[in-house]
Design a binder for this molecule. Structure first.
Ligand code: 48H
Length: 257
């Protein structure tokens, strides 16, 4: 078979343009493809909802790739072990209740699970603002190409709509800040000191709808709530992703009535 360069280019352009156009209207927009966003995406998409993950960087995985201080291992506590099992992530028990997994395997299997469940990825895409109209809820996202953002070129963004948005942008809680910057009533307390036990115990209660249509998930949930950080223990990230998925489903169901 002879390959034609223009056909290769057209294959990429036409298929992605079609997908992108289709995914401009989402059930759930997940901003940030770190561990909490990936877990959330996989667990919502498994239920047949239309989920898009918008990730600013070239690769998803966020702060999980590097494990603890570049040692590519993560710790997951007892409560999160069932999610390691769910995503087929292998682990060894270091001490009772402390499970250690490869950070690379963890990111890869979470990503594969999200793909297999039907979530779509939009990488190199940065969220820079939100859509809030008369009903007062976050109903969409303003997105731009990360290279455009990085170079500071004056190029106008595009917009997508989402029934529910999940802020899974980690320490920076970017979407929450977008809402607050334009006068939305969100109190962002900022992350507190390292206290792993406390941070992990409280992350589920902080994973909630922080503004109509917007759920804070993962490290963003603790950052908004003024909660402690936890270092390289990741059970809370997976459990927060799971909880955000359940909340999003409930919001959609309640809105349908
Ligand atoms: C699109 C964006 C934007 C934007 C950022 O940081 P993450 O890994 O987030 P979590 O919450 O899933 O996991 C946190 C964990 O990695 C961590 O940092 C821990 C446990 N720290 C503890 C401690 O003590 O330090 O991923 C967030 C993702 C990244 O991939 C960003 O690139 C992406 O969000 N992102 N995507 N538009 N504007 N901003």
């Amino acid at each position: 078979m002879q390959l034609d360069e223009v056909t290769i280019s057209r294959a990429i352009l036409e298929t992605h343009a079609k997908l992108f156009s289709e995914y401009l209207e989402l059930d759930i927009a997940i901003v940030g493809g770190g561990p909490s966003g990936l877990a959330c995406a996989a667990l919502i998409a498994e239920k047949g909802l239309k989920v898009g993950i918008i990730e600013k960087k070239l690769s998803v995985g966020g702060g999980m790739w590097g494990g603890g201080m570049t040692f590519p291992r993560i710790v997951v506590q007892e409560e999160g072990k069932r999610l390691l099992d769910h995503f087929h992530i292998r682990y060894e028990e270091y001490k009772p209740g402390y499970y250690v997994a490869s950070s690379v395997e963890s990111v890869s299997k979470l990503t594969a699970a999200a793909c297999d469940a039907g979530a779509e990825f939009f990488n190199l895409t940065s969220v820079e603002d939100v859509v809030i109209k008369g009903d007062g809820r976050v109903s969409g996202l303003v997105i731009t190409s990360t290279p455009v953002q990085m170079t500071g070129l004056h190029v106008d963004p595009l917009t997508l709509s989402a029934k529910v948005t999940i802020d899974a942008t980690g320490h920076d809680a970017v979407v929450a800040h977008c809402v607050k910057k334009k006068g939305g009533a969100i109190e962002i307390r900022g992350e507190s000191f390292m206290w792993a036990d406390r941070a992990e115990a409280n992350i589920i209660s902080h994973t909630k709808e922080i503004f109509p249509g917007l759920i804070a998930c993962g490290m963003a949930a603790n950052a908004v709530a003024g909660e402690a950080r936890m270092g390289a223990v990741f059970g809370g990230m997976l459990l927060s992703g799971e909880h955000a998925a359940d909340l999003a489903k409930t919001i959609l169901r309640d809105r349908r009535g």
